[in-house]
Design a protein around this ligand. Sequence first.
Ligand SMILES: NC(=O)c1ccc[n+]([C@@H]2O[C@H](COP(=O)([O-])OP(=O)(O)OC[C@H]3O[C@@H](n4cnc5c(N)ncnc54)[C@H](O)[C@@H]3O)[C@@H](O)[C@H]2O)c1
Length: 367
Amino acid sequence: MLKPKIRIAIAGSSGVIGQRHLQHVLEEQDAVLAAIMLAISDCDSNVPGVAKQLNVPFFKDTLDFIEAYKAGSLGADAIILATPTHTHVPLTKQLAGLGLAVLIEKPVATSATEGRDLLRACQDDEGGVYMVGHHRRHHGQVRAVKHAVDSGSLGTVVGVNGVWTWRKSESYFQVPWRQRVGAGGVILTNAIHEIDMLQYWLGDISEVYALEGVKTRPFPVDSTVQITLKFASGPIGSFFLSDATTSGTSWEAATGENPDFPVTGEPTLSLFGTRGSISIPSLTRFHYDNRPDAEKNWNFPLEMDDTARQLLDTVPPFARQLQHFIAATRREVEPNCSISEALSAVFVVEAIFKSLESHSPVAVDRL
Ligand SMILES: NC(=O)c1ccc[n+]([C@@H]2O[C@H](COP(=O)([O-])OP(=O)(O)OC[C@H]3O[C@@H](n4cnc5c(N)ncnc54)[C@H](O)[C@@H]3O)[C@@H](O)[C@H]2O)c1
């Protein structure tokens, strides 16, 4: 029997990521667009015109949407919050208890305190479904590395080394919230992706030490940071991030994930284990599997295995994430990722900020 389509509203549909969500909802055969909304201050944009074109209701605020939903004048099963980071917790709290499925863009919260508050508001809401948009979990590269780690083909993972660097445009920073500490910045906006991905593969990060680089723009937000990481399961690692450098070694440039940015294919991240190592984006696993034990060392040529690439496909991660969200809305699967999983990355971010302040290593708080 054909399942009814899931009616999805989008808050922030005119934003950078909101437009991508909108496109995927429009293309998804199991979804139908229920409404779009954006901030009152942005209402001079062409969004009302887009709503008319798409023949969907348009709201100047999520509160107006909620009113219409409660009054029964609007049907919806789910909502995507593609709004600025500092709005995620207040907006999700407004939606709690309405029986909607909510897909919240990352990061789920700006601080651990705010995140705990959100968890309290949502954890007893059995009628709601809450999922956080850590979309990389739905990317073939991340799935391939997860398979390599979980299958033991890397042996014991002892370390990770990553880099996320390129140069954001001047127009990016013309949006005020992106200049503000506690809303924008390379840590909350970009490192959060890397942290969630690393913890998805290797479990909790238990300790961090971070140093901030020079600020080359006239904004208070962080832009360049070096982070040393320790995982509770044993591995150690480091990550260098900067949005101010002329370079192409970001995840997006490496993988070509985002159609808005040019691809370099340059390596962005490597995992090192006792039995093998693997990097993104090549996904080549280096190993000595077919050599006798006495030859499994640096004196002998490494073997190369490309089977991890077989897990790559052409489905965009946002499309796969949307399909997963639809299945979660139908209660067919548990959301990947849940609020508490997403909070785990926020706790690491909080420890990074504390380390920047104290100039010392900081243990990561946990729920
Ligand atoms: N998953 C990813 O790869 C990815 C990429 C970019 C951004 N993001 C995240 O998405 C969020 C949005 O980022 P962006 O760069 O697209 O932002 P943006 O500033 O480009 O767009 C924000 C949108 O939200 C709307 N908005 C603001 N307040 C609102 C409110 N109270 N109710 C309804 N709509 C409201 C604005 O009108 C605008 O349409 C951020 O949290 C960011 O971290 C995720």
